[in-house]
Design a protein around this ligand. Structure first.
Ligand SMILES: [Cu+2]
Length: 121
């Protein structure tokens, strides 16, 4: 997860893997900022680290038509979480045979989120 502390949207990109944009969802920026500041003032006490999912508001918004399909870059708008899904695969078994401790076949996918929030003044 990436939370940008400025008002402008940002572009997020991945390396070596493409992804699909799943959706966007607004979150309570003021509430999250207050919780984050409380966490920082505490000296980053683990129990106070805010969970962004608790600040989500409204429903999800589907990606724009121009954002459909696999891609490597996505716009991340202020005040919104942007969810993406990427599938990672490991190289062929013959390539992996030289690497100890790594399964010979594996694949999986993850869903990542990115969000922006307004700069604190
Ligand atoms: Cu890069």
């Amino acid at each position: 997860m990436r939370v940008l502390l400025h008002t402008g949207g940002g572009k997020v990109h991945t390396h070596l893997v493409q992804f699909q944009v799943l959706n966007r969802q607004a979150f309570n920026v003021a509430g999250y900022t207050a919780a984050w500041n409380k966490y920082l003032v505490s000296g980053r006490a683990l129990g106070l680290k805010p969970n962004l999912s608790k600040f989500l508001i409204d429903g999800t918004i589907p990606p724009d038509l121009a954002e459909m399909g696999l891609r490597g870059t996505v716009k991340s708008y202020p005040g919104f979480v942007t969810r993406i899904r990427a599938t990672f695969t490991l190289p062929s078994t013959s390539t992996l045979s030289i690497i100890d401790g790594i399964p010979t076949t594996a694949s999986g996918s993850i869903t990542a989120t990115s969000s922006n929030m307004r700069k604190m003044t």
